[in-house]
Ligand binder design. Structure first.
Ligand code: GDP
Ligand code: MN
Length: 378
């Protein structure tokens, strides 16, 4: 998922003619001090942590400053923070506008309606999940025609802002729509959209680019995201690998079985930590690679749950045994295997030769994995 930091989202807003406050980023308190004042960001200003998580306002990661010295102090305080697990590396300094009202506007893909949808609310500035349903207007957008005038007026009514051609609201909605399409976004969110006198200004920007379209937008390739270093390696190798905060590694095949396996472990008191979806592969080398990646995540135990189809049981067993030989003894972990389906007998025989028993029963094997992770007997 290519989720852009606010400063980059706002840069795109500027390109599409969406009004944003005058602003600059800074990586140190000194940079912040020289970014504000005459010729730079007007004072008083707002200092905002550039992190991907939201809720900065409530979490002390948005501060106000009236002088260059205060801007430097606020920047120092924010840079020293760890915000929701993310280290703050830079801040955005912006002119502090006199806000009359805070609104919410977003464009997202509605996967059940299968069209983009505008969501708008007069109660902006708070997380949209906490806004009552009746206070949100939802307008599906025709993918080819875009927003019709009457639809924009309807949004304007809901926001309490005059619509009509040439008005700031209509221009904003048209710009958001152009941006959404041309950048292949799956979400463009402005929260808050501030009413400042007769202007509408985007005070915050959240832009998520559709992963499957990222090849069309190489300019976003450098955007850091939430991936861990191991997830990054997995991504390069095209292995579906996700790190959670538990301690049991799960290797399964297919999203359905993988998710069900996580649920079953949870059910028996286990905490799944890493999961790896082998998908459909007929290459033992790929299984080996995936398994070695799993080993690097240092799980307390690993539960291998395979239903052999395209991915045959013997392929998995061969790949697994090859990987086990490469894991240094000090880094070994208990392994519980359950392989069923295509070429099951061959697979089980290969595992047995390497000293791994495959249990047939899901409950028994999940329980064994949970016990093994607690450091009990295999
Ligand atoms: P978030 O909490 O991470 O979504 O961060 P936002 O960018 O939405 O900022 C949080 C809040 O800070 C906003 O809802 C505003 O109330 C306030 N804020 C941000 N920029 C300005 C500004 O220029 N002027 C004023 N007065 N308040 C601002
Ligand atoms: Mn916001």
């Amino acid at each position: 998922m290519v989720k852009l930091p606010e400063s980059q989202g706002k840069e795109i807003f500027r390109q599409y003619g969406i009004p944003i406050p005058v602003g600059r980023t800074a990586g140190t308190p000194e940079e912040a001090a020289s970014a504000v004042g005459p010729g730079g960001v007007p004072l008083p200003c707002v200092v905002k942590a550039q992190v991907l998580a939201g809720g900065r306002g409530k979490g002390g990661a948005v501060r106000f400053a009236a002088t260059a010295a205060e801007a430097a102090d606020a920047t120092r305080a924010i840079l020293g923070m760890e915000f929701k697990g993310e280290r703050v590396r830079s801040v955005l300094l912006e002119e502090r506008l006199a806000i009359d009202r805070e609104l919410y506007v977003s464009l997202a893909l509605d996967r059940s309606l299968r069209v983009p949808i505008v969501m708008a609310s007069g109660r902006g500035g708070v997380e949209i999940e906490s806004v009552a349903d009746e206070a949100i207007v939802r307008v599906p957008v025709h993918p080819f025609a875009g927003l019709a005038s009457y639809e924009k007026r309807r949004i304007g009514q809901a926001l309490g802002v005059p619509g009509g051609s040439g008005k700031p609201l209509d221009r904003l909605l048209d710009s958001l729509w152009r941006l959404f399409n041309a950048e292949d976004a799956e979400l463009v969110e402005v929260n808050p959209l501030a009413v400042v006198g007769d202007r509408l200004v985007a005070l915050d920007a959240k832009v998520i680019i559709e992963d499957d379209a990222s090849f069309r937008h190489p300019q976003y390739a450098e955007v850091r995201d939430d991936r861990t270093p191991l997830e990054e390696i997995a991504r390069e190798k095209e292995i579906a690998f996700v790190q959670l905060d538990g301690n049991i590694g799960v290797i399964a095949n297919g999203a359905g079985l993988t998710m069900a396996t996580l649920d079953v472990l949870q059910e028996y008191g286990g905490r799944p930590g890493v999961f790896l979806d082998l998908g459909g592969t007929d290459d033992p080398a790929k299984v080996t690679e995936a398994f070695l990646l799993m080993a690097q995540a240092k799980p307390a135990a690993v539960f291998l749950n395979i239903f052999g189809g395209v991915t045959r049981c013997d392929t998995v067993a061969r790949g697994l045994v090859a990987a086990l030989e490469k894991v240094p003894p000090a880094e070994r972990f208990p392994l519980v295997a359950r392989i069923r389906g295509n070429n099951e007998t061959e697979g089980i025989a290969i595992l047995r030769e390497a000293g791994v028993t495959s249990l047939g029963d899901l409950k028994a094997s999940a329980e064994a994995a949970v016990v093994a992770a607690r450091g009990g007997a295999r």
